[in-house]
Design a protein around this ligand. Structure first.
Ligand code: DMJ
Length: 453
């Protein structure tokens, strides 16, 4: 097994292209299949969990997400722009009607600021982008206003992790880059729509404030106190809980043309490529390192990191991005479906669950948007077929308790409705309502630019 830093290994070529899952694929037929699965899952949700946060797909019940026992229609909101892109217009309108009749954020309950922004504010904004109904924008604004105190309480502009939607009480001053820095696209969209710069400014301040705390070698650690700015860990990672911080630096540039975001993205990426990219066996990986010395901490990989190949390619580092996405695809080949954790040094899983994740399809979709090569669509098709084979339960799609035994768990995360089903559809179906040349999808898959009404 070869382990070496990128650039130190002679002949460090990317892995050979994997064979297509099925040559001569009829993409439109596959797209129709995705749409039929979406409709099937939606009908179960409609019948058994309407307005609830999440359906439990094995037992056919429901569960709340953020606030114990209180539901905010999470899956419904996450699903909306996917339904609209699929031209499932009756289903889309039913969801919008539910929001108008029932959704109320005046709740004495605590939510995660990060999850609420990327899932609910983003979901409402993308649905508003789809149909223009002003009530959706008003709901997004009401929710964002309830979250704003988390940004305002810190002298550094770094938000607390949790806030009570009614009282504004804050908790969780120890936080991380992703939860601090994944909101500029949702808040920036809201600022543009309402002509109120406060949201964009708060999000940008958090991104910059985080960036300014990078080490001399340009890396960020993954835990920090939002009131003092003191680092609480030494680990630099491209995975959770840092992942979407890097994504939103690029996205601030992509969606708003913010040159400071671009400069911050470039600086972070250069440091990551220099200190974290290594060749292990046949593939390139990004390992966790000490943020001040660059010394390796661990080679274990989190499935959530597999989005990063697509981001690198978007930012212009196509060769590195493609190699990393192929590395993850080789793990999918090995286990039939991706485990949550993988150790490339041993070739074994480090976490055996599968959380019904979209990241590899997300990365492949981004590669495909850039170069339209069939390799990526075949990779997405493989991801879809594996999901259909292993994650389909009686009342929807389910996580997996163990990828080695293929035992399912009774849980369908909200992002399933917003992310992979959309990536599959857009990659296969030649969607009439999507601008394939000029678009923006958030970290949660919410389309904030590029819907064709
Ligand atoms: C989604 O909620 C978002 O993509 C987030 O950035 C991290 N990953 C989950 C899905 O796995």
């Amino acid at each position: 097994m070869i382990i070496g830093r990128r650039g130190l290994i002679a002949g460090g070529a990317a892995a050979l292209l994997p064979l297509p899952a099925e040559a001569g694929e009829n993409w439109r037929v596959l797209g129709e299949d995705v749409r039929a699965e979406m409709r099937w899952a939606w009908n179960h949700y409609r019948k058994r969990a309407w307005g609830k946060d999440q359906i439990t797909p094995v037992s056919g019940g429901s569960e709340s997400f953020s606030i114990k026992g209180h539901h905010l229609g999470l899956s419904l909101i996450e699903a909306l722009d996917t339904l609209w892109l699929m031209e499932l217009d009756k289903e889309f309108q039913d969801g919008v009607d539910w929001i108008k009749a029932h959704l109320d954020f005046d709740v004495d309950g605590e939510v995660s600021v990060f999850e609420t922004i990327i899932r609910l504010v983003g979901g409402l904004l993308s649905a508003w982008h789809a149909c223009g109904d002003p009530v959706l924008l008003a709901k997004a604004k009401d929710l964002a206003d309830r979250l704003m105190p988390s940004f305002e309480a810190s002298p550094l502009g770094l938000p607390h992790r949790f806030i009570n939607l009614r009282t504004g009480a804050l908790r969780g001053s120890e936080t991380n880059p992703a939860e601090i820095g994944s909101c500029i696209t949702e808040f920036g969209t809201l600022s543009k729509a309402t002509a109120d710069p406060r949201y964009f400014d708060a999000a940008k301040k958090a991104l910059v404030s985080m960036f300014e705390r990078r080490s001399k070698i340009g890396l960020l650690a993954d835990r920090i106190d939002c009131m003092t700015g003191e680092w609480k860990s030494r680990r630099a990672t491209i995975g959770p809980p840092s992942d979407s911080y890097y994504e939103y630096l690029w996205d601030g540039w992509q969606l708003f043309g913010d040159v400071e975001c671009l400069a911050m993205y470039r600086a972070c990426t250069a440091a990551i490529l220099q200190y974290q990219e290594v060749e292990i066996g046949d593939h390139f990986w990004f390992v966790d390192v000490d943020f001040e010395t660059g010394g390796k901490i661990s080679a274990e990989q989190d499935e959530l990191s597999s989005f990063y190949g697509g981001l690198l390619a978007q930012g212009g580092n196509r060769r590195d991005g493609e190699a990393y996405t192929r590395a993850w695809d080789s793990v999918a080949d090995r286990f039939g479906i991706l485990p949550e954790g993988y150790d490339p040094e041993t070739g074994k899983t480090s976490h055996v669950t599968n959380d019904l994740r979209p990241e590899l399809a997300d990365a492949a979709f981004n590669h495909w948007l850039i170069d339209r090569r069939e390799e990526w669509r075949h990779m997405i098709a493989k991801h879809y077929r594996a999901m259909k084979r292993w994650n389909r339960a009686e009342y929807g799609y389910a996580v997996m308790a163990d990828v080695t035994t293929k035992k399912q768990g009774d849980h369908c995360p909200g992002y399933w409705w917003s992310e992979q089903m959309k990536y599959y559809w857009l990659a296969f179906a030649d969607c009439r309502r999507f601008d394939y040349r000029k678009n923006y999808l958030s970290t949660e898959g919410n389309v904030l630019l590029g819907l064709k009404r």
